[in-house]
Design a protein around this ligand. Structure first.
Ligand SMILES: [Zn+2]
Length: 326
């Protein structure tokens, strides 16, 4: 395994959001990375500061966090050159490890922007689907409740890792992330790989099905119209995460907020199953679904039922309020 622990720093439009390039809100100004072996021991390092070409002046918030000024960019190389060297350094089939999913998104956005500007060759340099290791998530799976997301500094303190480097420097953050990774159980790191969704499945054949043992994840193709997502029969299918049987739903899909949908189904062999669908928008503005299905206890299923009733009650009250106004 070729683990590449990656951290980036980026700049944003110094003159505010109105004047930014919508296709590149965050321009990468530093890549820091560490390569580890399969035991997560550090083998090699990559570090380079990048001269921005879009936002040449630092945004004041960025200036306060990173330890750089515009002077540090002078005579530095630009993103296409550094990125090409970085990918060569990564080697064949790199498995990226990052603190949270954000760095991989911004890396791909910067690549896409440079391809559009014809500064990089148009072959997409990343695998599809792009599996990666979200160390922030795996830290939570190992030491906390699977839901909480901590800062890198928090995790470093928790694990009593000596803090001899400054935080918010791409290279030192990559080193710290690698040191956290080194303290995580290898089987957990292997079992909980994340799937990046910067590039989404283009058609039915590309749709992603991942089996995590206790739960399954599905990523749908993209739909132009948001309303078509929950009408799609494949999207709304509920299959048992253990045996794969198609299940009948006890509580049909409903939404609390229009973004997330929940349902409860039952497998005659494996019991109650909870489905969750998140509707998300991809880089092209199309809509896709991320569905997870897991078995749940009776109490958890009961909670879903209560949620559905609360939604119904709210809707009834809303309708009553409307009709009394007429
Ligand atoms: Zn089953």
């Amino acid at each position: 395994m070729n683990y590449i622990v990656l951290d980036l720093e980026w700049n944003q439009c110094p003159y505010g959001k109105d004047r930014e390039d919508k296709r590149l809100p965050f321009e990468i100004i530093e890549i820091g990375a560490v390569r580890t072996d399969e035991n997560f021991h550090m083998q090699d390092e990559f570090h380079e500061i990048i001269r921005p070409v879009l936002y040449r002046k630092l945004h004041h918030c960025i200036r306060n966090v990173i330890h750089m000024t515009e002077k540090d960019f002078e005579r530095k190389r630009t993103f296409p050159e550094v990125f090409s060297d970085f990918m060569r350094w990564c080697g064949k089939d790199p498995v990226f490890c990052t603190w949270g999913p954000g760095d991989l998104t911004e890396l791909q956005r910067n690549v896409a922007w440079n391809i559009r500007k014809k500064k990089l060759p148009k072959d997409w340099p990343f695998a599809f689907p792009l599996f990666f290791r979200d160390i922030q998530k795996i830290f939570s799976y190992t030491y906390e409740d699977k839901k909480t997301r901590r800062s890198l500094k928090w995790a470093v303190e928790y694990l009593s890792i000596p803090q001899d480097l400054e935080f918010h420097d791409a290279f030192s953050d990559a080193v710290y992330t690698a040191k956290v990774l080194e303290r995580l159980p290898a089987d957990t790191v292997e079992s909980y790989s994340s799937i990046d969704t910067y590039i989404t499945p283009k058609n039915r054949n590309e749709e992603i099905y991942a089996d995590y043992g206790t739960y399954r994840k599905y990523i749908s193709m993209a739909f132009k119209d948001r309303n078509d997502v929950m009408k799609d029969p494949v999207v709304i299918t509920t299959a048992c995460p253990y045996c794969g049987r198609r299940l009948r739903r006890k509580i049909r899909w409903f939404s609390e907020n229009g973004k997330n949908y929940l349902c409860i189904a039952v497998c005659k062999e494996h019991g109650l199953v909870k489905g969750k669908i998140r509707i998300r928008q991809n880089a092209e503005g199309s809509w896709f679904a991320v569905k997870t299905i897991r078995t749940v206890t009776r109490e958890e299923a009961e909670k879903v039922k209560e949620k559905k009733e609360a939604v119904r009650k709210k809707r009834r009250e809303h309708r009553a309020a409307l009709s009394s106004r007429r």
